[in-house]
Design a protein around this ligand. Sequence first.
Ligand SMILES: Nc1nc2c(c(=O)[nH]1)N[C@H]1C(S)=C(S)[C@@H](COP(=O)(O)OP(=O)(O)OC[C@H]3O[C@@H](n4cnc5c(=O)[nH]c(N)nc54)[C@H](O)[C@@H]3O)O[C@H]1N2
Ligand SMILES: Nc1nc2c(c(=O)[nH]1)N[C@H]1C(S)=C(S)[C@@H](COP(=O)(O)OP(=O)(O)OC[C@H]3O[C@@H](n4cnc5c(=O)[nH]c(N)nc54)[C@H](O)[C@@H]3O)O[C@H]1N2
Ligand code: SF4
Ligand SMILES: [Mo]
Length: 730
Amino acid sequence: MQTNYEKIVSVCSYCGSGCQIEFTVDKKANRIIEAKGAPGRTNEGRLCLKGFYGWDYLNDPKILTRRITQPMIRKGGKGSELEAVSWEEAIQYTADRLKAIIKEYGPDAVMGAGSARGPGNEAGYITQKFMRAVIGTNNVDHCARICHAASVAGLKQTIGEGAMSVSVPEIEDAEVIFNIGYNGATSHPIVARRIVKAKAKGAKIICADPQISETARIADIHLQQKGGTNLLLLNALAYTIIEEKLYDEQFIKDHVNGFEDFVPKLTGYAPEAVAHLIGVSAQQIRDAARMYASSKHSVILWGMGITQFSQGVDSVAACSNLAMLTGNYGHYATGVGPVRGQNNVQGTCDIGILPDVYPGYQSVTDAAVREKFEDAWGVKLSPNVGIKLTQVPEYVLEEKDPKKQIHAYYIIGEDPAQSDPNLEELRESLRKIDFVIVQDIFMNRTAEYADVLLPATAWGEHDAIYTSCDRGFQRVRKVIEPPEGVKTDWAILCEIATAMGYPMHYNNTEEIWDEMRKLAPKFTGATYAKIEALGGVQWPCYDESMDDKGTMFLHEGGHFATKDGRGNLVFTDYQPVKEEVDEEYPLSFCTVREVGHYSARTMTGNCRMLRQLEDEPGWIAMNPKDCEALGVEQGDLVRVRSRRGSLITRCLPTERAKEGATYMTYQWWIGACNELTLGELDPKSKTPEYKYCACRVEKLDDQAEAEEYVKSQYALIRAKNGIVKAGAGA
Ligand SMILES: Nc1nc2c(c(=O)[nH]1)N[C@H]1C(S)=C(S)[C@@H](COP(=O)(O)OP(=O)(O)OC[C@H]3O[C@@H](n4cnc5c(=O)[nH]c(N)nc54)[C@H](O)[C@@H]3O)O[C@H]1N2
Ligand SMILES: Nc1nc2c(c(=O)[nH]1)N[C@H]1C(S)=C(S)[C@@H](COP(=O)(O)OP(=O)(O)OC[C@H]3O[C@@H](n4cnc5c(=O)[nH]c(N)nc54)[C@H](O)[C@@H]3O)O[C@H]1N2
Ligand code: SF4
Ligand SMILES: [Mo]
């Protein structure tokens, strides 16, 4: 029988595992029929539930929100309704307003946020080129700031390179895995699969996490520490490694600076002196140190439980210290894995959507580098490092000189009004900024503050390259035709640039990729043809010839990416979290991830299968004893309150949480965690302390009324997003 079905292989649009998926596509109906795991380097044919079912948003079932397919402008100014306009009008309007703001306040009055999600590396390259060459500022950043920026900064200090040194497939050959502040089973199920495989092959597992995660369940040692004590623990591990002479003297001599200065600073971090503050036994800490140091194939994996603290950078450096002390760098199945979150967050950093570097981590303050980009782009470029994403409220609300304030914010594929900390403050900033451009695929929460809304093609509707968490470039293919009325992210930017007097035109993504490759030596060798032929290429890849197949692990032979090629031990004293629990707010509040849903949930919230698993208003996980004391049971609606705001969610009693600790997944619009979180930032990376603040949980006596409230809020969200006809969400 003749069918219109076609098989197309692409890469998943959710987490950084970089799973390859084979889609069966009905070309005539322009619909995906089925998704199956393809034999990719990282996933070997496996997928998690989001890979199997997470593409339904392309069908726009209008559950939580809806696709945007027309450009819109608030013609009547702030507070007026968004009105659909033609692309010509939207582009001209945007260009004119940006030009007027630059004329009045200068280019640094404009801030840009790029996307680590659907658009891909080529659109990312155009985003930063637009901000730098067309606007004239380095004010460009993205959600890595609120994620792994601390890993980039902490590893830069110690070993000169912020990426995972180890690759996903190597994890299963590790002999010891030290998993700290990372919950792979939820966040990267297909990376977590390698931890399980390593265990089956005989590896020892140490898990440091205040909750009993899936990895904690299979760990040989679970350090169930008190939240916010990472640096105490990591310094105590370093202390033990040195005191018990478990370190690799030769490796340190040959490859590491600062040992003599480092050792005396650890006095005071003996396990016996700090264990009671961490909430584990001194013996456990010593056992963990011995286990970690027992192998030359020890891998440290970490995630947000390390980086989302005000001492995130210092804790990353402390992880790296352990690897340097024990010679666990520079050969197969060893090293560090700051496992990058989003499908293309590694790529978004690589491509220079950061306020201090051009593509390929080349510094904007290096005159020779700047000159190279000035020649390529034909403009003068700013030598000043730009503003970071989380500094936006400061530059809008605190800065009093209008010439130094942010007056325009161009937000591409990010939802700060859902994802950034301390939402009340963020909303105030968005209301105050003169001109907010939101370029997205869905109406998201930030769209409410947009003066212009620009609709883009989604993953599945355009070609691109994504970079997996372990530096792997992979081809992402157009699977179906986009809805009428949308344009690719890069084409929109090119049209605005052209309207602003800087003509930009590309025929396809390969042309953009080639321009980028030529300017970034680390990526020069990764041509489309090579990525296609090999199924993927891990950077660095310098040479275009087929002989250079890229790089599996970094720092081979202990040669680090620092100026002198040696690693640097960096010590910092521990400081407590910024907001401890007290009588008024007696529970700790930690925000984590829901396995079937993803970040701002515009995408998974509009997938029918996934919303069947979990939906608004989410859950707060608490120890059963705490639930009992409050008189609340599983499924009851409760109010959670912090000093900054409150929300309503459902109670989930679980032994996974220690007494006094609560966990909420941050995916919900009604149960929006960031109403509660703290705006405190790591001073070095400006990453927020999302993983710890104080809260209290209140019982709601009238459950029927609370249920009604949730229902009405859901209806309100849908109405605000313009869902007039009942879709699957009704
Ligand atoms: N409380 C708390 N808050 C957190 C965290 C936490 O642990 N706790 N984690 C933080 C972390 S690690 C991160 S990375 C952030 C994530 O925060 P965000 O980046 O805001 O969230 P995402 O859902 O990944 O994507 C944002 C937007 O991209 C849009 N989008 C997707 N594909 C495309 C495309 O191809 N083109 C365009 N133009 N738009 C597209 C989506 O519709 C969505 O509106 O959240 C942070 N917020
Ligand atoms: N399903 C799904 N997958 C995702 C995402 C999603 O939204 N949904 N988001 C993606 C993104 S953007 C990212 S960045 C990754 C994040 O992936 P992960 O880093 O794995 O995510 P989290 O669940 O935020 O936090 C990890 C762990 O830190 C622990 N933790 C909390 N406080 C502390 C502490 O003080 N010390 C230690 N040692 N641990 C602590 C938590 O209990 C949790 O188990 O996931 C990605 N994958
Ligand atoms: S593990 Fe990540 S990349 Fe793989 S299918 Fe799941 S969400 Fe997609
Ligand atoms: Mo993230």
